[in-house]
Design a protein around this ligand. Structure first.
Ligand SMILES: [Zn+2]
Length: 262
């Protein structure tokens, strides 16, 4: 089986059962998460399997980071969302207002990774959307933060208040030895979460991961994007899993989804 890797989206689907996934799990032993926290995560509609405790929050669905504050606030939020179909394109309830979104990098990386950030930005800007992205030296609306972890490739979160999620954490081990296409795809994927896109196959992770189920409403909504197909989209940039050689420029359906929302 081709080695697959999770993109870091938050609430936990059982990592342990994905024997094909090893790059970003590093054989982590299950961590002890309090029943209180698990109840809150379950109340949001996420699986409580393989929740990973990180600084100030929890990683679920392999690449979505929920802060302690998120758990408290989302628990009280009104959650009436549409969940339709299978491998179509989905967005969260919250989107980003039209704006220029600045993107910065913190941490030491090689030129190739820095270039990949520019390439991810270019993929979005080529679409002529109502949001566009601009690289800045520091303090961006979205900061790409290099972290030393073996627990995930990258992680991010969803928008709030009309603004993008402010941070993409990217594991340093995936900044060298991987193709520009891979790094660009991971960055574009995480930025996709930051502006409100959910996994294309969130209803059935086995589509791209080979195994796994429904990620659930997750407290953030999963609204089908009109105009995107009802069938699988084999190369969507928002599929949940990828391999070390994956490159996913926007497909025709991805472009429809982006242009419909933005
Ligand atoms: Zn993801």
């Amino acid at each position: 089986m081709k080695k697959l890797m999770y993109l870091a989206l938050g609430l936990a689907l059982i990592v342990g059962v994905y024997s094909c996934v090893s790059e970003n799990t590093d054989q982590q032993q299950p961590q002890s998460i309090s029943q209180d926290i698990l109840k809150k995560i379950a109340a949001l509609g996420f699986s409580t399997s393989n929740v990973v405790a990180l600084d100030n929050g929890y990683l679920v669905e392999e690449d979505i980071f929920l802060t302690d504050k998120d758990l408290e606030e989302q628990l009280h939020a009104d959650r009436k969302h549409l969940i339709i179909a299978k491998e179509e394109h989905y967005r969260t309830t919250n989107l980003v207002n039209p704006q220029t979104i600045t993107v910065s990098l913190s941490g030491t990386v090689n030129q190739g990774f820095s270039d990949a950030i520019d390439h991810a930005i270019s993929r979005y800007n080529a679409e002529g959307l109502t949001i566009n992205f601009q690289r800045v030296a520091s303090g961006g609306d979205i900061n790409i933060k290099i972290v030393n972890t073996g627990q995930y490739i990258a992680s991010s979160g969803f928008p709030s208040g009309g603004n993008p999620y402010p941070e993409v954490k990217y594991a340093k081990k995936y900044t060298t030895g991987y193709s520009d296409g891979f790094m660009t795809t991971v960055l574009a994927h995480e930025i996709g979460h930051c502006i409100g896109f959910r996994h294309t196959d969130y209803m059935n992770r086995s589509y791209s991961c080979g195994t796994g189920g429904n990620e659930g409403d997750g407290g953030v909504g999963a609204i089908h994007i009109p105009g995107t197909p009802t069938g699988p989209d084999a190369n969507s940039w928002m599929l949940a899993c990828l391999s070390a050689t994956t490159n996913r420029p926007f497909t025709a359906n991805d472009k429809t989804a982006l242009n419909t929302i933005y």
